[in-house]
Design a protein around this ligand. Structure first.
Ligand code: GDP
Length: 369
């Protein structure tokens, strides 16, 4: 039959003959107004804005297309897992397109936080990681915070171009996308989100009112993040859902802290000093002597030292040890991707070590707060 019209969601030519082909709409749905294809209908009603995830190679293939486009790139990262959710090498792929860094989940930082300091820190760390950013916006999708600033910034930087949204899994990208849809799309309550048919890319195109698109890319999976290797139920134990309450420990050298059974921090050498743990409060911290730590873990992992449970432990990689020397007078975080960080204000210097599952990203950075 002849072309009926176009899907008001994704713009594809509608047809009602072949259910397995793009643009299908059942005969009886043809008299709806506006008409959307079955695929868009599903996405709209099951509300799956961006649940697709891909591995790094696949993602880099998708990314490399952005460099050849004239676009604004929004890179969304998680402040709780900044280095873990930052896409390394993004700069290489975006070419000369501007990057707006949206730093999400700022509601997780303690209530008394110097936001200017945080913004400067982000700016500096982004630069250090080889990323040139046109703007940094701190936001909380959950608390609906910072979005006006974000939308203003998008408006300023977009200049009539398409907008690509990139991010790792779990950073809050779908929330952000849905927000952009509400504020920028011309389709209002009616469908707005759809996987754009006919492209080879696994991306979702959302039409904007000026004929441009918001392009949602799949979330990139980094196996170096704690949140990717724990079981679903343990995710709640490591991922905070309210502001962090930093836990301060005065330690002598040769003392150890266990974070449940998720990881371990050794104060190997140095004068008595304080260590501040920015770790989800749902994880119990156990203090012990360094010389007893191995034995304690061998005897009590999965029980006293949990989560993970004994069963889940079997699915986790073996721990490896990372040692760091913290220079005299420096203020550093020992960062563990997805688990949090331990702040060290070292007047006298310190040697510390962390033990985490093999493959988890661990690094030393200037303190965030
Ligand atoms: P996506 O995988 O990047 O699309 O992320 P989602 O939007 O599905 O969010 C992933 C997880 O992070 C969910 O558990 C959200 O509740 C949580 N989340 C998203 N935004 C925020 C935020 O601003 N603050 C906090 N605390 N959690 C958030």
């Amino acid at each position: 039959s002849s072309a009926v019209s176009k899907c008001s969601g994704c713009g594809i030519q509608l047809q009602s003959e072949q259910p397995d082909k793009p643009g299908f709409v059942p005969e009886q749905a043809l008299n709806r107004n506006p008409i959307i294809c079955q695929r868009c209908f599903r996405i709209k009603n099951y509300n799956e804005a961006s649940s697709v995830a891909v591995d790094q190679d696949e993602f880099l293939r998708l990314l490399s297309e952005i460099g050849s486009k004239d676009a604004l790139v929004i890179h969304i990262v998680d402040i709780f897992d900044f280095e873990g959710s930052l896409i390394s090498g993004l700069q290489r792929f975006v070419g000369s397109n501007p990057v707006l860094l949206a730093v999400n989940k700022i509601d997780l930082l303690p209530k008394v936080t110097n936001w200017n300091k945080v913004r400067n820190w982000v700016q500096k760390q982004a630069k250090e990681n080889g990323l040139k950013v046109a703007d940094v916006v701190l936001c909380s999708a959950k608390q609906n915070h910072g979005f006006d600033r974000l939308l203003d910034s998008v408006g300023e930087l977009r200049e009539g171009r398409d907008v690509y949204v990139v991010g790792a899994t779990n950073v809050g990208k779908s929330t952000l996308i849905n927000r952009l849809i509400r504020d920028y799309s011309d389709l209002e309550q009616e469908l707005t989100v759809s996987r754009y048919p006919g492209t080879t890319l696994d991306m979702v195109n959302i039409p904007l009112d000026d004929g441009r698109f918001i392009i949602d890319t799949p979330g990139i999976v980094y196996p170096s993040r704690y949140s990717e290797i724990v079981s679903r139920k343990d995710l709640a134990a490591i991922m905070p859902d309210r502001p962090l309450k930093p836990a301060v420990y005065q330690l002598n050298e040769e003392q150890t802290l266990f974070f449940g059974g998720m990881g371990r921090f050794d104060f190997v050498q140095g004068e008595r000093q304080s260590f501040t743990c920015f770790i989800n409060n749902a994880l119990k911290i156990h203090r012990t002597k360094l010389e007893r730590a191995d034995e304690l873990y061998a005897d009590h992992a999965g029980e006293l030292l949990s989560p993970p449970s004994k069963e889940d432990l079997e699915d986790m990689p073996e721990w490896t040890r990372h040692e760091f020397r913290i220079r005299k007078g420096s203020h550093m975080d020992v960062f563990i991707s997805g688990l949090g960080w331990i702040k060290v204000n070292s007047d006298a210097g310190a040697v510390i070590a962390v033990h985490v599952p093999k493959g988890i990203k661990v690094l030393l950075r200037p303190s965030l707060i």
